[in-house]
Design a protein around this ligand. Sequence first.
Ligand code: UT7
Length: 331
Amino acid sequence: MKQSSECVVIKGVGSYVPERVLTNDDLSTMMDTSDEWIRTRTGIRERRIAADYEATSDLCARAAQLALEDAKIGAADIDLIILGTLSPDMLIPATAMFVQRKLGMEGIPCFDFGAACSGFQYGLEIARTMLLSPQYKNILLICGDKLSSIIDWQDRSTCILFADGAGAVVLSREPAGQPGVIDVLLGSNGEHSDILNIPAGGSREPASERTIRERKHYLRMDGREVFRLAVQKMGESMGKILERNNLTINEISHVVTHQANVRIMHAIAERLRIPMEKVCITLDKFGNTSASSIILAIDHHRRQGIISPGELILTGGFGAGLTWGAAIIRL
Ligand code: UT7
């Protein structure tokens, strides 16, 4: 892409959550917790849980179809699929392959990437830089997870947070001067890899009777530390991206952060002096759906007429790794 004569446009957005609703009251019949604790500590009221027969690729394919419809382009016009997930259908092959098959898009390249809950920002940057190549004109970026399949339903500190869902965007190279992806800023620090991970099932500790007995195939998290670093790193990156684009929060219409905990959102808003009316929240309905949470929130608010075309949106994400990122976009 020639720097000044072309830009990356978000042509379509789509999202999908499974039908089954699991409320806080439902959870309190399954374990020692309460609606009051979950609401006041996280902001979550209910979440969606996929059916047994639904895998991550099924959720992703539904979201992708809706994004294609929204973009008004056919599957045949997509040149590349990139998919961010931490709950792949299988370890091999990439979940993007299953989505490709479901959508009948055989032949084009597709791959998964692992940036956990910062997947939206990482995916935007991968797509944006790949659109520099004349080989790609339209890229389908999908983020989706069936987190209910990797959380420990005996661990009340994590299983009340995470949920299932998928989001997709169609990104296209177009002549400059149109709304789209304005800037993306990414960061990570592997020193924090132990505060949020799934210890077993990979090459470090292959699956065995012992690892299963020790419940090491489930997600483990040091919630307090993740909370602290989320506020610090996401706050820093969102502040930096505003600064390097000579923007103030007054010029931003909507702020969409990773939907992990409403207290994290309040802390970020306080730090960056963002009025809470600008902060989009879907966490109460959908819980933490990892990388898809930002796309879900954008799509939900857009379909309700709260986000209008052309408005400036600031996004911020953080997740296992630790990864973090921020992006400024216009739909
Ligand atoms: O997308 C990835 C990102 N992940 C996150 O963003 C998570 C960030 N962290 C958090 O959101 C919060 O740390 C949590 C919501 C996970 C936990 O909230 P907290 O205010 O940090 O609580 P805590 O872990 O300090 O636990 C406080 C108390 C403990 O009891 P004691 O030791 O004070 O007696 C926990 O055992 O709350 C207890 N507790 C619960 N009680 C009722 C933990 N989970 C529950 C629960 N229901 N579900």
